[in-house]
Structures are given as structure tokens and as C-alpha cells.
Design a protein around this ligand. Sequence first.
Ligand SMILES: [Zn+2]
Length: 367
Amino acid sequence: MDPQTHFSPTFGEARQKFLAAADAAGARLRAIPHPLAGPDGSPLATDVAVLGPPEATRRLVLISATHGVEGHCGSGVQVALLRSGALNDLPTDLAVVLVHAINPHGFAWTRRVTEDNVDLNRNFVDFSGPLPENPAYDLLFDAINPPSLSPEIMAAARETLRAYSSANGAMAMQAAVSSGQYRHADGVWYGGSQPTWSRLTLEEIARRELAGATSVAAIDFHTGLGPFGYGEIITELAPDDPLFALAQAWYGDGVTSTVSGNSTSARLTGTMDGGLARALAPAWLSYVALEFGTRPTSVVLDAVRQDNWLHLHGDLASEQGKAIKALIRDAFYPDEDAWRTAVLERASAVVSRALQGLASRVGSSAA
Ligand SMILES: [Zn+2]
């Protein structure tokens, strides 16, 4: 089978391929319906497929579409794994849990965010306590979220961000924009004011499909940062954390840390790893994001900002609306065979290492 066909141009097609491939592989399937519909009126859902013994104490979780539109990549990887038979002969006492489209609304609508404009990977904070502050974002709000896409206003916004970057460094600018913010519900990289449907759904999956596990490894598939087609293994762990050393032992020296600053990602707030760890406690969790590079960071940032403007002020059916949708889709899913081939090679190698690492873990000992 042509490996390119594992990937899909729409959420609906991706979902059908996933369900068919999971069924053919003998997986146990559960659909979790989303309350809203896709742009064509079709239903949305997160689907969970489980392979291996239900009582396994070791589970590998593979998550797609945390950032909606990035699901073209993660879904393609999941379908490829199911179709290839790579998950057929699992080590003893190990099950694989595939979570297809944890943010189905964003996937279907070609958006990075959820239906409530929330960045799911910033939403895992304790909303009963003080929320993380991002004063640089507050300062740069109008430049990050321009009120108009007119050439003059966009040029001025870019100049403001460029000046901030040259004064404080490119990573400080990237952190201001993308580390997460909890004040501006209409802005990009918004972490929300309460747990989103997708967060609650993931927590429910942790209680249902991961119950009884004592050792869990998770790979969350992302796109949009780093060199074209390269898959960076990113953790939110400090370099002296034993889990970081373990991630390096499993996946190699290329594992990066947003805390130490050697990642292409800025240090983030409210990320999924912490939320999943709390939902699974006291089980042990090794969580990594596998982030595939696409286009230059400035292009990706611009696409996210324009998409936010479109949904706030624009018309999805207009020529401009269609152009912005094409832009954001390309920023997170380059429609190129070479990119998809690189993604599949890297992803299958990383999944294979996770299976080996998890299989080598004995019982429920601490990290
Ligand atoms: Zn992402």
C-alpha cells in the first residue's frame, strides 16, 4: 500500500481510515462524540482504539490532533501503525491505546485551537488557583493579534515583534507569543478559563482505558516547529529530572527540554504531560511530544494569527477565508510526499523505541 495514503485531507476521511484500520487490526474501539459538528455538518468524535490485553500494567498511548490541524500528521501515523502490523505482536503485559483526534473540532475546522479558542496544550492548569501570568504577551497583544490584516497594520505588527525580538532575543519573543496566556479569550495561544471538552475527554480516557496501568508511556504527535520533516522529541522536564534521563535512554540524545532551552519550543504553561500525570497518579508516566518541522516559524506564527483573525472578524466562505485556511493547513501539514515519508520513518522508529523501553520496565517501580 502506498504509504502516502495513510494520511487524509479531511478529518472525516481520517476518522474513517482510522476506524477501518483499527477494526482490521482487531482493536477494541470506543467513540466519544463531540457536541458540535464539522464545517460540512458531519459529526465529530474522539475515537479510542486499544490493542493488547485489557489488564496490561504497561500501556503506550499515542495521541493525535492535540492541536487540531496537526492531526493530519498524527492520524496518518496512527493509521500507518495499525495497517503495518507494527502493533500486532506486542510484548507481554503491554497494551497500546491510540487516541484519534483528541481535539476533533480543531482538526475538522483546520484550526490549532479547540471550539472555544483554547490551546489544549496550555489548558491543563488548576483553574481554582492563580493562573500563569504572561506580561510580555499583554504588552504585545495588539501586535500578536492585529485587529486587521491590512498591509499597513500587519507591517506595523511585525515591526513591533521584530523590535521586541532584537531587544530580548528570538526565544523571548517566541515565549511571549506561544508559552500560553490566560487573560485574552480572543487571543492566540489562549489557555482557557476552565477545562475544555478535549481535556475532560482525555482525563476520562485516562480513567477508562488506562485504569490498572502502573507504567504508561505517551507520545503526543505535533507539527509546526523545527526543520522541515525533522521529528524533535520534546519534553517539559528539567535536565536533572530522572524522567529526562530515561527519555534519553529510550529515544537517544536528541531528546530536548523546554526547561533547559535546547528545544525549538519555548517553555510552556498548562501542558498535557502534567495533566495526564495527575490523571494517572500514582501510575508512572513517561510523556514526550514528537514535533515535526514544517515551515519557518515566522510563517507558522503568521498563519495562526491570520486564522484567529478570520474566525473573529472574517468570512470563512470568502476568497480571503479560503486563502487563510490553505495557509494554516500548509503551515501544519505540508502536502508533500517527502514530508510524509520523513514523518512515517521517524514516527515508527520512535514508537518502536517506546515499546522496547516500556517492555523493559519491570513491575511498578518508581522512575
Ligand atoms: Zn502542536
